[in-house]
Design a protein around this ligand. Structure first.
Ligand code: 0YR
Ligand code: MG
Length: 369
C-alpha cells in the first residue's frame, strides 16, 4: 500500500452551553484541525489534534499537515509506523521550528490518521490491532459540569445529575481568584455526590507553590482522588516539592509534549496520574511509549481528552496502564462512531479504524473556510 494524497481541513465545533471556562482558558468552540490521508488501496485515514478553535493558528496546523508533512508522506507505505514517525519527527528543518506546538500538533494529526489506515487495512478497530480485549471495561469520568464559570448552584446540580446518570466520577475546576471560593465548591460537590463517588480537581496550571501547598493539604479533607495541573505546566521542580509535601496524588500531562518530558516528571516523582494525550504528543506512536514508561513505574495512565475520547478509548482498551478515561461530549456529532457512555462505562468501538472518520454532514456543518 502507498500513500497517494495528504490533505487537511479545520472543524470548529461549539462547546456545551455556548462557552466554558477553567482557570486559564475561556473556550467557545473546540478546534479540530484534521489530516486526511489517501492510499492506492482506496483506504482513507483521518486524524486530528484538538485546539481552542483559534482560526489563524488552526490554519497554520492544517497547512503544516498538508504542505510540510504531505510531501514527505507521498509514495510511502503507511504500515511502517516507527519508520514513518521517525522520518517526520526527525525532518530537521521542520523540527527546527518546533519540537512542541504547531508542527508537533500537526504531526499528531498525521500519525493518528496513519494508525486509522493501519486499523482499517486490518479490518479491525484500533484497540484490536493493538492487542486489546473487548471485555475490558473503561470507566468514564465527566468534566462537563465542573467548569469554573458555573454558579455554585449549577455546578452542584450538574455534578449530581452526572452521578445519577451513572458516572462514578466527576472533575471540577479550581483556580478562582479566591481559594476560599474553590474550597467551598469542592466541599459542596463532595457533599452532593456522596462519599462513594470519585471527585477530581483540576487547577489548569494556575497556582503558585504556596497556594498549591495550601490547597493540596485541604483537598485531602474531601477525599479528592487527584489534584490536576496544580502548577505551571513545565515547572518540574515545583511539582517535585509539592509532591513531597502533600498526600494528594498529582495528575498532569495534557501540556507535556514529548517522551522526555514525561520521563523527567516520572523519574523525579513529580506525577502520579499520567495524562498523556495522543493529540498533543505527536500521535499514537509516541503515546504508546509514554504509556509503557508509566506502566514500568506502576503509574496509571488516564489520558487527557483532547480527542474527546475517540482515539484514547482504543488506547485505553489496549494498554494495561489504563482503566479510566475522561469524557467531555463536545465532538459527539462529528464522527461516524462517536464515543458513547452507558452506566458510567464507555461503549466499545466496533468499526474498523481509530474512530476518527467524520461524517459528511459534520464536515458540511462544522468546516471553516
Ligand atoms: C479547556 N481537562 C482539561 C479544556 C480541559 C480543559 O481548556 O480543554 O479545561 O481540557 O483540563 O482535563
Ligand atoms: Mg485538565
Amino acid at each position: 500500500m502507498r500513500i497517494t494524497a495528504v490533505d487537511s481541513f479545520v472543524l470548529h465545533v461549539p462547546v456545551t452551553g455556548g462557552h466554558i471556562e477553567d482557570s486559564s482558558h475561556k473556550v467557545d468552540r473546540w478546534g479540530v484541525p484534521m489530516a486526511r490521508i489517501e492510499t492506492d488501496e482506496g483506504i482513507t485515514g483521518f486524524g486530528y489534534t484538538g485546539t481552542h478553535g483559534h482560526l489563524p493558528t488552526d490554519r497554520l496546523i492544517a497547512e503544516c499537515i498538508k504542505e510540510a508533512y504531505g510531501p514527505l508522506l507521498i509514495g510511502e507505505d503507511p504500515m511502517s509506523a516507527e519508520a514513518l514517525w521517525n522520518k517526520l519527527y526527525n525532518c530537521s528543518p521542520i523540527r527546527w521550528v518546533g519540537r512542541s506546538g504547531i508542527t508537533h500538533l500537526a504531526l499528531s494529526a498525521v500519525d493518528i490518521a496513519l494508525w486509522d489506515i493501519r486499523a482499517k487495512a486490518a479490518g479491525a478497530p484500533l484497540w484490536k490491532l493493538l492487542g486489546g480485549d473487548e471485555e475490558k471495561r473503561i470507566e468514564a469520568y465527566n468534566t462537563d459540569w465542573g467548569w469554573l464559570h458555573l454558579s455554585l448552584e449549577t455546578l452542584v446540580s450538574g455534578c449530581k445529575r452526572l452521578v445519577e446518570e451513572g458516572y462514578n466520577g466527576v472533575k471540577i475546576k479550581v483556580g478562582s481568584s479566591d481559594i476560599q471560593v474553590d474550597s467551598k465548591r469542592v466541599a459542596a460537590v463532595r457533599h452532593a455526590i456522596g462519599s462513594e463517588r470519585k471527585l477530581m480537581v483540576d487547577a489548569n496550571g494556575k497556582f503558585d507553590l504556596p497556594t498549591a501547598l495550601h490547597m493540596g493539604k485541604h483537598l485531602s479533607d474531601y477525599d479528592v482522588v487527584w489534584f490536576e495541573e496544580p502548577l505551571w505546566f513545565e515547572d518540574l521542580l515545583g511539582h517535585v516539592r509539592l509532591a513531597s509535601a502533600i498526600d494528594m496524588p498529582i495528575a498532569l500531562g495534557e501540556q507535556l509534549y514529548t517522551l522526555c518530558d514525561f520521563a523527567n516528571f516520572v523519574a523525579m516523582g513529580a506525577v502520579h496520574i499520567v495524562q498523556a494525550d495522543a493529540t498533543r504528543l505527536a500521535g499514537i506512536t509516541e503515546w504508546l511509549k509514554v504509556a509503557d514508561l508509566a506502566y514500568a513505574h506502576r503509574l496509571p495512565v488516564v489520558p487527557h481528552v483532547g480527542d474527546m475520547a475517540q482515539v484514547h478509548l482504543h488506547l485505553c482498551i489496549a494498554h494495561p496502564a489504563c482503566d479510566t478515561l475522561e469524557y467531555i461530549p463536545w465532538l459527539k456529532e462529528v464522527f461516524e462512531e462517536p464515543a458513547r457512555v452507558r452506566n458510567g462505562r464507555f461503549c466499545v468501538h466496533q468499526m474498523p479504524g481509530a474512530s476518527t472518520t467524520p461524517t459528511e454532514s459534520a464536515i458540511a456543518r462544522f468546516r471553516v473556510a
